[in-house]
Design a protein around this ligand. Structure first.
Ligand code: CMP
Length: 146
């Protein structure tokens, strides 16, 4: 069955590597079911990353994610959540370069904060974040938004 995940190309990566990242997504066999280029407000960034509230990197993360536009996407494919995480690679690009040198973060992340991309960690978080960004939408079996 088709699964959906929320993927984000973060501000600096969108400015510098948009085409290569979108090409990698398409070559990976994902359907981009929906996309929206927008800058998160500080309030939206705080809500989006509420799981990380209280961590030392939370304020820098909110600053970073509200600085300019990101590309928010719904990616659809069988096993999309895990597949997108594999294509991104580990959070920290230094780790990514060691264990997944072909991954997008190994190729494009600047550092552990400015790490180019986001992807949902599991299916329930994917549904929550898709609804947060895109509202109540229905995605058909073909990955197309109805
Ligand atoms: P993301 O996968 O979007 O989820 C949380 C984000 O917080 C992460 O990518 C990074 O941008 C950032 N992050 C996670 N861990 C750290 C850390 N140790 N130091 C700085 N930023 C971090």
């Amino acid at each position: 069955p088709m699964e959906h995940t929320l993927a984000v190309i973060k501000p600096e990566a969108l400015e510098e590597h948009r085409d290569e990242i979108v090409r990698t997504i398409q070559e990976g066999g994902f359907v981009i079911s929906q996309m929206d280029e927008k800058a998160l407000s500080r309030e939206m960034a705080e809500e989006f990353y509420k799981e990380h509230r209280g961590k030392p990197f939370f304020d820098p993360l909110v600053d970073y994610m509200s600085q300019s536009s990101s590309l928010m996407m719904i990616l659809s494919k069988e096993n999309a959540v895990e597949e997108w995480r594999n294509i991104m690679g580990p959070t920290d690009p230094e780790v990514a370069k060691e264990i997944a040198p072909e991954s997008l973060r190994a190729r494009f992340a600047r550092n552990i904060l400015q790490n180019a991309l986001h992807g949902s960690s599991n299916q329930s978080q994917a549904m929550e974040k898709i609804q947060f960004v895109f509202g109540d939408i229905t995605i058909g079996a073909d990955g197309i938004v109805q």
